[in-house]
Design a binder for this molecule. Structure first.
Ligand code: ASP
Length: 442
């Protein structure tokens, strides 16, 4: 059931529509470095929200209907019943789930109004377990490959601003960079006391075999009832799995079970009953929630491959010329790279002379970086690189962007924090998984 809110709440939601739309439009415009973009900096947001030049609101037909003052008795009854329900805010950023086919070109494109319309027409089942839903869409809705740290920041801000008003949040986004967005949110949203779910689908809801409805239903249920089950963190809900956001990786381009968490077990699973595993989840935070949506865009991802020493020194120097501040280095196995002198000298100069934070992740999805195990890793450590242990590339990249986005943190502290567990993204102690009763015997 979509939006059976009081007038005040509806107005707030409309406000969010505009606010979120403005933030997203700004992020997108920045990403495209458009000269013609209007200035919608945070100081000007109040003014922007009343401006006629804002992107149009995406209000579902049902939401429009409930704007009428003269409610029928049935609506009044619905409203009083709905008071017992949890409330969840859906934030659509784009992605396959809400795409429909352009009849002219035959290509799929994200359409925020289409998803709103379908939700308003009863796309999701009316069931006592389902929450009351409010919907907000970003303008323009994007293919997630067009998203970057400015968009993560806009989403985090929207959740932060609405945090007290809902029992949970569902961020609906494209699958291609969903693991990045989900990881980024896990860092920006501190001390969560309720679930923030990230989901999407492999097949649009406009197509007969879509996985979108099941993913949306599961996500709404997790967002609505997660807090009661002490699930109060950022998660990805996809194909019946609840995965820790910052442990998640997109594994399949075609398969419906597209996401996997290699180094941490699922937090929940939808079988005949939908269950969560409380010994794996993070306890709801005692400290007050805060939103710190700052991300540095000056972070790059750099991959090792056999023969990388041929181009790597020049490529790394080129990154430095572009004022890179952080590099996630995807290395072999337990964190190895070619030991060739010029490459190591370049890395040492980046780390020691230029204060670039170079963080090593493994190209293997299973296992962890251990920089002392082989001479390749030892050389990286000597050059000043930092180990990301068993962090995913997505977690390492977004964590580094987030830490470097905090102007108060000196480089040495950023390096320290990269090695520490902030949101359950890294296993402390090699091969020791406290939630899996796993111990090294020999
Ligand atoms: N290219 C799409 C996106 O990431 C794929 C999807 O949503 O599944 O936005």
């Amino acid at each position: 059931r979509l939006t059976t809110l009081s007038l005040a709440a509806r107005m707030r939601t409309a406000h969010l529509h505009r606010h979120a739309a403005a933030l997203f439009a700004k992020a997108h415009a920045e990403a495209k470095e458009s000269e013609s973009t209007e200035d919608i900096s945070s100081e000007d947001e109040e003014e922007e929200e009343t401006s006629a030049s804002l992107p149009p609101l995406c209000v579902s037909p049902q939401e429009q209907h409930t704007h009428k003052e003269d409610k029928t008795q049935e609506e009044q009854e619905e409203k009083s019943k709905s008071k017992k329900r949890a409330s969840v805010l859906l934030l659509y950023t784009g992605g396959t789930i809400g795409m429909r086919k352009d009849p002219k070109t035959g290509a799929y494109f994200p359409d925020s109004e289409y998803l709103a319309e379908r939700l308003g027409q009863g796309l999701l089942p009316r069931d006592a377990a389902m929450p009351d839903l409010s919907y907000s869409a970003y303008t323009p809705p994007l293919d997630s490959s067009d998203m970057n740290s400015a968009h993560w920041s806009a989403i985090a801000k929207a959740v932060g601003e609405e945090y007290d008003e809902y029992d949970g949040f569902v961020v609906i986004t494209g699958t291609d960079t969903m693991a990045y967005t989900a990881s980024a949110l896990s860092f920006a949203l501190e001390n969560l006391g309720k679930p923030v779910v990230v989901t999407g689908s492999q097949i649009p809801i406009s197509v007969v075999r879509s996985d979108g409805v099941a993913n949306l239903v599961d996500s709404c249920l997790v967002a609505a009832h997660g807090r009661a089950a002490e699930l109060a963190e950022c998660v990805v809900v996809f194909d019946g799995h609840v995965l820790r956001a910052n442990r998640t990786t997109k594994l399949k381009a075609w398969g419906i079970s597209a996401f996997k968490s290699f180094s941490y077990p699922p937090l929940g699973e939808g079988g005949v009953r939908f269950v969560t595993f409380p010994d794996r989840t993070r306890r709801p935070a005692a400290a007050p929630f805060r939103c710190r949506p700052h991300f540095s865009p000056d972070v790059a991802l750099f991959s090792m491959y056999p023969g990388a020493e041929r181009f790597a020194p020049a490529a790394l120097a080129a990154l430095l010329a572009q004022r890179v501040r952080g590099i996630v280095l995807e290395a072999f196995g337990t964190g190895n790279a070619p030991t060739e002198k010029a490459l190591m000298a370049t890395l040492a100069s980046l780390c020691h002379e230029h204060g670039v934070v170079v963080c090593v992740v493994s190209r293997c999805p299973h296992g962890a970086v251990s920089l002392g195990s082989y001479s390749g890793g030892y050389c990286l450590a000597q050059a000043g690189c930092t180990s990301c242990h068993d962090m995913t590339v997505e977690a390492a990249f977004t964590k580094l962007s987030w830490l470097l986005g905090d102007p108060a943190l000196p480089v040495a502290r950023v390096r320290e924090l990269m090695e520490q567990d902030l949101r359950g993204e890294v296993t402390q102690g090699l091969f020791l998984h406290p939630n899996r009763s796993l111990r090294v015997l020999v």
